[in-house]
Write a protein that binds this ligand. Structure first.
Ligand code: HEM
Length: 419
């Protein structure tokens, strides 16, 4: 979570320094660098951290191999900055080296996740989503390495932008949305004291988006527009099914008022569905829109998916799990041995609310700026996002501070007063 927060700051700073990157064609090397700073630096780091902590809780087991988790952390911490630098300079040789380190870390992560799920003996939507998401992430990074090699040696006789689109969707839909479609059903009821009474919609949603993605990747690579449309419709239908299922689970909640983190997570779900609908329009046969900058196109679609969808989902999720995990570590051992605050009391709700709200508001000027290729709008969007991120990071650091700020526990006193 700490490394993810550092990347959130770095990726936002990059956008503030160069907001006009969003008005360039998206395969431009510096746009690809910015994309990976956000995607691999912030989103993947936080999502993997969350899986390491929450998968064992959700599955009622322990992580199969903690040492491999630390290896993954080290490889990721070194590899991702190297990758972003290599993309920025378009140094494909260096990209291959750093990309290999990142891919190795992700392979360790995937194997660890699969073994943890297998040892738990659990089946069901959450276990499947963890298994599938880890598989898609591993596929994405291996395809990413292939793309880098192909840019260097030029051995695949296929349009590189088509390959890029397939790689991007494997990562974004395959890893993140698959994860959210499962873990959402674990986290939202857990934090709102609700329950999932019927798993059919959750299963249908997950199944539809998996089937859709399996068809979308080849459709994008070989430009089969009708298959692409069918696949995009299946993915969108899958997301809507998961959304309706989650809404039903929320209706059972005992905590009536929703906190800012849960609201943000749900707002992100709406953003993801909006991006999916934009994707359906883009992939429709005869669609005049594509990778060119300006107007409705790939950049607007990407901002919808990442800034209006994934960012509020992941930031909202962090607002819940960072206090929860910090509390478990800092105060869990003190329960029954002295006063402990509640997990919710570790955050600053007003700072959190404003941080998340400004991040949401920033999406509008970013979209207008990318659509009209207007630098002032992009600057306004980037600065609003930066203020939102600064408040959010302040809140998160305030929570993490409890890991160090809690006075050490006095040794337990034995009956009779002896220590
Ligand atoms: C070892 C890890 C990775 C490597 C080596 C890698 C490599 C690449 C390369 C070479 C491109 C540009 C392709 C081209 O211009 O021909 C690219 C684009 C892209 N990658 Fe990755 N990638 C990796 C991981 C990921 C992950 C995990 C995700 C998402 C979860 C991701 C998302 C994207 C996206 C969205 C683009 C399109 C960027 C744009 O159009 O501006 N990548 N990647």
């Amino acid at each position: 979570m700490g490394l993810g927060l550092a990347w959130l700051v770095a990726a936002t700073a990059l956008l503030v320094a160069q907001p006009t990157l969003l008005s360039l064609p998206h395969p431009h090397p510096q746009v690809v660098a910015l994309t990976h700073a956000w995607v691999l630096g912030f989103f993947v780091t936080v999502a993997c951290g969350a899986v390491y902590q929450l998968a064992p809780v959700a599955l009622g087991t322990t992580l199969c191999n903690e040492r491999h988790g630390w290896w993954h952390f080290g490889l990721h911490a070194v590899g991702v900055p190297g990758m972003v630098y290599s993309f920025w300079r378009w140094d494909l040789r260096l990209l291959g080296h750093f990309g290999f380190a990142v891919a190795l870390g992700i392979v360790l992560f995937a194997v660890n996740t699969w073994r943890t799920v297998r040892h738990s003996g659990r089946r069901g939507t959450v276990a499947w989503s963890l298994t599938l998401a880890a598989g898609w992430l591993m596929t994405t990074v291996l395809v990413g390495l292939l793309l880098a090699a192909n840019r260097y040696w030029n051995f695949i006789p296929i349009d590189p932008v088509a390959l890029l689109r397939a790689h991007a969707h494997l990562g974004l839909v395959g890893f993140f949305f698959t994860l959210l479609q499962g873990v959402g059903f674990q986290l939202v009821p857990m934090f709102t004291l609700g329950e999932v009474r019927d798993w059919r919609l959750a299963n249908l949603g997950l199944g539809l988006s998996q089937a859709g993605l399996l068809a979308l990747a080849p459709a994008l690579v070989w430009h089969f527009a009708p298959l692409g449309l069918l696949a995009a419709l299946a993915i969108t239908a899958g997301m809507i099914c998961s959304g309706v299922g989650l809404r039903r689970a929320l209706a059972t909640r005992k905590k009536r008022a929703l906190d800012p983190g849960t609201r943000s997570f749900l707002r992100g779900g709406v953003g993801v569905c909006a991006a999916a609908i934009a994707g359906v329009v883009l992939v429709s046969p005869g669609s005049p829109w594509g990778s060119a900058p300006g107007g409705f196109g790939a950049m607007v679609y990407a901002i919808l998916g990442l800034a209006a969808g994934l960012l509020p989902c992941i930031a909202g999720m962090m607002c819940k799990i960072v206090p929860f995990l910090t509390w478990m570590r800092a105060y869990g051992p003190r329960v029954g041995r002295g006063p402990t605050p509640s997990a919710g009391a570790l955050t600053h709700p007003r700072i959190e609310r404003w941080g998340l709200a400004l991040q949401g508001i920033a999406v509008a000027p970013l979209l207008v700026g990318a659509w009209t290729l207007s630098e002032p709008w992009l600057q306004v969007g980037a600065w609003l996002l930066a203020v939102g991120v600064a408040l959010f990071v302040t809140d998160m650091l305030g929570v993490l501070k409890h890991l160090w700020a809690v006075p050490a526990l006095a040794p337990a006193t034995k009956p009779g007063g002896a220590r």
